[in-house]
Design a protein around this ligand. Structure first.
Ligand SMILES: [Zn+2]
Ligand SMILES: [Zn+2]
Length: 299
């Protein structure tokens, strides 16, 4: 009988914890540069208090944001309602969705999109203005009634180091430097809300400091490259990948040191190996809670 009481209490506690957890993570893109019809380019949204904080905007993420807002009831992800975008680095699979996000229905925006990221963001956005020139001119100088003619623009804040912090209400977002080959700086992010700590690795090779950045994470969203696939790559590619991405066994080692509440695998480079091989590889060295993230998964 005592055991039954304990079990009931535990179930109630688990359910209450879930209900109290207001922060939601929505995977808006779990892909890589390798084309995959089921996966948009990198993008993760953290939603707290009806506000979305989006990390990276790979190609296809806007379509997923629309689906999340209109079919999953996460209204904060309606494209014109997204106000805060953070970039890990400027590789194409993390940024090609930016023009789509900034320009989708822009004339109906009431708040400009704000962009935070590494050096190079402003010149990239200047390129987007150039790209959108005809659209802006047609909509603002023609017969279309546009009350906010500057809403296609972004407020850009670029940084060449990780010595900054974003605070908004009870949400704090801190970048940290990661190891992504030639790219400097490349950021990971640690997001703290009143009920959760979420750590996003961005694209990174394994490095010693990562465990410290990810310490105490309720959810660790980490990139990974399949070891079986990596071992079959030509030597030059193996050398490149070793400096830019984290292998399954390295991720298992990291997860063991961090022991996050949940480890979500994303940005999975697996080439001709089935994607599930990566999950098996990580699981062989780590026994904690782990999921292979799919587009539109919510945690
Ligand atoms: Zn990438
Ligand atoms: Zn990258």
């Amino acid at each position: 009988m005592k055991q039954l009481y304990l079990k009931t209490f535990f179930i109630l506690l688990t359910k209450t914890t879930y209900v109290l957890s207001e922060t939601i993570v929505v995977m808006l893109g779990t892909g890589t540069p390798v084309p995959d019809p089921a996966r948009a380019g990198s993008s993760v949204a953290v939603i707290y208090n009806q506000q979305a904080y989006v990390f990276d905007a790979g190609p296809g993420m806007v379509r997923n944001a629309i689906t999340a807002s209109q079919q999953k009831g996460i209204s904060a992800l309606y494209p014109t309602r997204i106000e805060y975008l953070f970039l890990t680095h400027l590789h194409s699979d993390h940024i090609l969705g930016i023009p789509a996000l900034a320009a989708t229905y822009w004339w109906r925006r009431s708040k400009q999109l704000k962009l935070y990221g590494p050096t190079g963001c402003q010149s990239m956005i200047n390129g987007y203005y150039c790209f959108l020139q005809q659209d802006i001119s047609l909509r603002t100088k023609g017969s279309q009634p546009v009350s906010n003619p500057t809403m296609y623009q972004l407020e850009v804040e670029e940084h060449d180091d990780d010595q900054w912090e974003f605070r908004h209400g009870q949400v704090s977002i801190r970048p940290f430097l990661v190891a992504h080959g030639d790219i400097e700086p490349a950021f990971g992010y640690r997001i703290t809300t009143p009920d959760r700590v979420i750590v996003i690795s961005g694209d990174t090779a394994y490095f010693d400091g990562m465990a410290e950045h990810a310490k105490g994470a309720d959810i660790l969203i980490h990139e990974v490259i399949c070891e079986a696939a990596l071992n079959r790559q030509p030597q030059r590619w193996q050398q490149y990948f070793n400096k830019t991405h984290t292998s399954s066994s390295q991720l298992a080692k990291l997860a063991k040191a961090v022991n996050p509440g949940l480890l979500a695998l994303t940005h999975i480079l697996h080439y001709d190996e089935p994607i599930k091989t990566v999950l098996d590889e990580v699981k062989s060295g780590y026994s904690g809670r782990i999921v292979l993230a799919e587009d539109l998964d919510c945690y």
